[in-house]
Design a protein around this ligand. Structure first.
Ligand SMILES: [Zn+2]
Length: 192
């Protein structure tokens, strides 16, 4: 039923969708020691767990993470810590593990959804995005993370950013959101 593939550090198992939950990808990593994490990737839920958690314990661990994700509101309540943790998960999935120095919510960006200073490796995300679905925030984070590798909006940049499967949906969503808020959005890269 579930198919597995193994690598040196991470074992991936895909569970097909059920009536009460979407497809779940379980990534059991030897690098993870205690905590787990679940997030949306397109229409699939990706769960990251420590490889040492096995059997029934693993089943319960995964179920709890999936349940928590399915019942939580779009991450309005999350602070900088949650945002940063999410960025790190996404960096591992989509940005070759290249991490920013800091990721935080800011309230002083009226004309940008987010910004990245490639020089100082800082990412800031407008608190206006707290109202948006998680997948939109994810796509924005992946976009900003890609700037750590490619400062400009070059073809190579879009190859990186578009690894997130809903990058185009996110751009459309945010265009509509900006229209609704009467905002004119500016470029997101700081010269530094
Ligand atoms: Zn950009």
């Amino acid at each position: 039923m579930a198919k597995s593939s193994a690598s040196s550090e991470t074992q991936i198992t895909i569970e097909p969708p059920r009536f009460d939950r979407p497809e779940v990808e379980i990534r059991a990593s030897t690098r993870r020691k205690k905590t787990g994490n679940a997030h949306w990737s397109g229409s699939r839920i990706v769960v990251q767990i420590p490889a040492r958690v096995r059997g029934r314990e693993r089943r319960a661990f995964v179920d709890e993470l999936v349940e928590r994700l399915l019942t939580q509101r779009p991450q309005n309540a999350g602070g900088d810590g949650a945002l940063e943790e999410r960025a790190h998960v996404l960096a591992e999935l989509y940005n070759d593990g290249i991490l920013p120095v800091s990721v935080r919510w800011v309230t002083n960006q009226q004309a940008r959804w987010a910004s990245c200073s490639p020089g100082t490796r800082e990412i800031r995300v407008s608190s206006r995005l707290r109202q948006c679905p998680e997948w939109v925030i994810d796509a924005v984070l992946v976009h900003e993370l890609a700037h750590l590798q490619e400062a400009d909006h070059s073809a190579k940049f879009y190859e990186l950013a578009d690894r997130h499967p809903r990058q185009n949906d996110s751009a459309l969503y945010l265009d509509g959101y900006a229209l609704g808020l009467g905002l004119r959005i500016e470029s997101d890269v700081d010269a530094s």
